[in-house]
Design a protein around this ligand. Structure first.
Ligand code: PMP
Ligand code: GLN
Length: 420
């Protein structure tokens, strides 16, 4: 029978995201969801009240194209105050989440057939947006090596990054620090190295800084890439309310760039969604100006939860890699001696143990789940942004008891049951 429709090749490789898939599996099995990175507790109460008042007060129609002025001003003020980024409301475009800002930046700034350098492991929306633009993702793997304390952590592979930037096809670079999924915060030296690679080359930098407020190591600070010498004119900075104020469902984000650069992003954005969501914007503006204390408390809470989760994972026999920011910790399941990939482990985990997590192989272009030589093969991402009850449930289930057997025992049993 002839096919009823043609699926465009630009979405050929795109299925449901790993996050949606694992959350559906967590719901089905009533697992504690340490997979998809969304908090299960609310942001600042006053911010929520303002949004409710705006809706009930009738602020429910299209807003201005670049966004509600009060939010554009608050974003600019926040960037100046927090990171020393010298921008004004004219440099700010409000978008439907950081996701739309990423898509509009790639669509507006990268021609079909060109390539975009991404740090790998790579957040899935980047390769999808690059595919929609009919360009190619050019991954540069972060290097994984032990630090002075013997803890394995990720860092920029400078030679590989410089080589990728030197290729003629490279039109843009997408940076992400603090980095999903590894929790890596690129230090100022690495960011300066990146700036040296792109300065004067015509390469545009798209800097995804959605985890800008979530840095836990006292010696590390978030650096806004656009503040490095010469970078303001060739950088689009992206962030959103989702991770700063626990409102992942509000889908309210922004792109920040010099007006000529921003015009290209706006050109694409206005025909993706037209405008952002009107009544939420005054609420986010309030939070940017007034929720510092809430942010500091949330940061301290997350740091504590990261440390607790790391302890639980270590006690099960896994190796925990260094993470200095974001919502995420990565573990290596290899020491459990199961001989299986992180992908298989994450498929078995919800029903066998009652916890959900995400395989890091989902964040790489190569088929790492099948490549025994690839260190990513046995890595698993866990989120610690969930409330104390969810985390305690997960901890209890991962630890097990004498009757349950160890984590490795239970995965082994589930696996052999499936195979028989
Ligand atoms: N970038 C990164 C690195 C993310 O982890 C996420 C998920 N929040 C996004 C962008 C998307 O953000 P938003 O929900 O605002 O679209
Ligand atoms: N950023 C979230 C994560 O990495 C997921 C967001 C999404 O599902 N699009 O878990």
């Amino acid at each position: 029978m002839a096919e009823q429709f043609h699926r465009a090749h630009r979405v050929a490789g795109i299925g449901p995201t790993i996050f949606a898939t694992m959350t559906a599996e967590a719901v089905r099995t009533r697992a504690a969801n340490l997979g998809q990175g969304f908090p299960d507790e609310d942001g600042p109460a006053e911010m929520l009240q303002i949004a409710a008042d705006e809706i009930l007060g009738g602020n429910n129609q299209y807003g201005p194209g670049p966004g509600v002025q009060a939010l554009r001003e608050a974003v600019a003020r926040d960037r100046r105050r927090r990171w020393g980024q010298q921008v004004t409301a004219d440099d700010v475009l409000i978008t439907v989440g950081a996701t739309e800002a990423i898509a509009a930046s790639v669509l507006g700034l990268v021609d079909a057939g060109r390539q975009v350098v991404v740090l790998e492991p790579t957040y899935d929306a980047y390769s999808a947006a690059i595919g929609l633009a009919e360009a190619t993702a050019r991954p540069v793997r972060l290097r994984l090596a032990p630090d002075a304390d013997g803890v394995r952590r990720w860092s920029l592979d400078r030679a590989a990054f410089a080589a990728a930037c030197a290729e003629d096809a490279t039109a843009a670079v997408i940076l992400n620090s603090p980095h999903n999924p590894t929790g890596t915060v690129l230090d100022r030296d690495d960011l300066e190295f990146i700036a040296d690679c792109v300065r004067g080359t015509g390469i545009t930098v798209i800097s995804d800084e959605v985890y800008e407020r979530l840095v836990y190591d006292d010696d590390l600070h978030h650096t806004a890439f656009a503040t490095l010498p010469g970078m303001a004119g060739q950088t689009v900075t992206i962030s959103s309310a989702a991770k700063s104020f626990n409102v992942t469902g509000w889908k309210t984000g922004w792109a920040i760039a010099a007006p000529e650069l921003l015009a290209a992003v706006t050109a694409a954005k206005q025909f993706l969604s037209y405008v952002g969501v009107t009544p939420l914007q005054p609420a986010v503006a309030w939070a940017l100006d007034n929720a510092d204390e809430w942010s500091e408390n949330w940061d301290a809470t997350l740091r504590d939860r990261r440390d607790r989760l790391a302890g639980v994972l270590r006690a099960t026999g896994q190796e925990v890699l260094g993470s200095d920011g974001t919502y995420f910790l990565v573990s290596d399941i290899a020491p459990l001696g199961l001989g299986i990939s992180g992908e298989e482990f994450c498929r078995l985990l919800p029903s066998a143990v009652g916890v959900a997590a995400i395989p890091v192989s989902a964040f790489v272009v190569a088929d790492a789940a099948d490549d025994p030589a690839d260190p990513v093969r046995t890595l698993v991402r866990w989120t610690f942004c969930k409330n104390d009850t969810t985390l305690a449930t997960a901890a209890e289930r991962l630890s097990g008891d004498a009757a349950d057997g160890t984590l490795a025992d239970r995965i082994r049993t589930a696996r052999s049951r499936l195979r028989s």
